[in-house]
Each structure stands twice: as structure tokens, then as C-alpha cells.
Design a protein around this ligand. Structure first.
Ligand code: GSH
Length: 149
């Protein structure tokens, strides 16, 4: 068995890097998604953004706000996944168990964005959130137990 290191020699780490990369990229893309609504609609976040745009005033746009909420929800969940996941890799989980955790998190995080941005009926977004939340809790418990014993 390969020692549980943060190295691509370690299959668990390689899988973690792949899925963490996917969800981090998705989080980064949310900025572009927000801009896609802001620019054509002339909806900006701060007063200085309106300088030189005659006739445009500050306003709230539901699509911009929805995209911002989706982005914030990613930040609330993806950053803990990356941090807890790194520690979890070092606990030496089996490849099967770790892959299940990573796939569930990444898959349901992507689904959370689809449910939020395309306004799927609840509880679709709530389910997507709770699966990812459960993965983070499960990995955190594994890390805490490994540190205790
Ligand atoms: N910060 C979240 C914590 C709970 C959470 O993430 N809930 C999920 C499932 S309902 C969600 O998609 N919340 C919407 C959001 O964060 O904008 C909130 O205020 O809702």
C-alpha cells in the first residue's frame, strides 16, 4: 500500500485533486456567469461602476442575485470540502470509500448549480446541498477520529 501522502503517486490524492479541481473550476466560473447577466443588463455592484454610463442607475436584478447566491453557496461548501478533503486523504481511506465521497460531493455540487440556476422545484436544491454537506461531515468525523486515536 502507498503511504497516504499529498502526492499524485497516491491514488486517493490523485482522485481528490481531480474532483477538487472540478468543483473549484465550477466555483470560479460563477464569477463569469454573474458578469454575463451584469454587463448586458447594466446592473453593477458599486456606485463607481456607473460612472460614464449615462441614464443607468443602481438596481437589483433577480438573475444577478440568484447567481451571487449560488456562487456564495459554492464558497460555503467547496472550500470546506477542499480543506477537509486534504486532511481526509492523509487518514489513509480506501480508494473505494474515498472515491465514493469525492464523486458524491462533486456530482451533487454540480447538480446544486443546475437546480439553483435553472430554478428546479424544491427539494431538488436542498437534496443536492445535504448530500454535499453529509460528505463534508463524514470526512470531518474521519479526520477527527484519526487525530484522536
Ligand atoms: N447559507 C445557506 C445555508 C443553508 C444552505 O446552504 N441551504 C441550501 C439548501 S436549501 C441552499 O441552497 N441555500 C441557498 C443559498 O445558500 O442561497 C442559506 O442561507 O441557505
Amino acid at each position: 500500500m502507498v503511504a497516504p501522502t499529498l502526492s499524485f503517486e497516491n491514488e486517493v490524492f490523485a482522485k481528490f485533486a481531480f474532483y477538487a479541481g472540478v468543483v473549484l473550476l465550477k466555483t470560479v466560473i460563477m464569477s463569469g456567469w454573474t458578469a454575463r447577466y451584469r454587463l448586458p443588463r447594466g446592473v453593477f455592484i458599486s456606485s463607481e461602476d456607473y460612472v460614464g454610463r449615462s441614464g443607468q442607475t443602481m438596481k437589483i436584478d433577480e438573475d444577478v442575485e440568484r447567481t451571487r447566491r449560488c456562487h456564495l453557496n459554492d464558497i460555503e461548501n467547496v472550500l470546506p470540502f477542499v480543506l477537509i478533503g486534504l486532511l481526509y486523504v492523509l487518514t489513509g481511506p480506501t480508494v473505494a470509500s474515498a472515491t465514493l465521497h469525492f464523486r458524491l460531493f462533486a456530482g451533487f455540487r454540480l447538480f446544486h448549480t443546475i437546480a439553483y440556476m435553472f430554478i428546479l422545484p424544491q427539494p431538488s436544491r436542498a437534496i443536492a446541498f445535504f448530500v454535499g454537506f453529509g460528505v463534508n461531515i463524514s470526512m470531518a468525523i474521519t479526520v477527527i477520529r484519526a487525530g484522536m486515536f
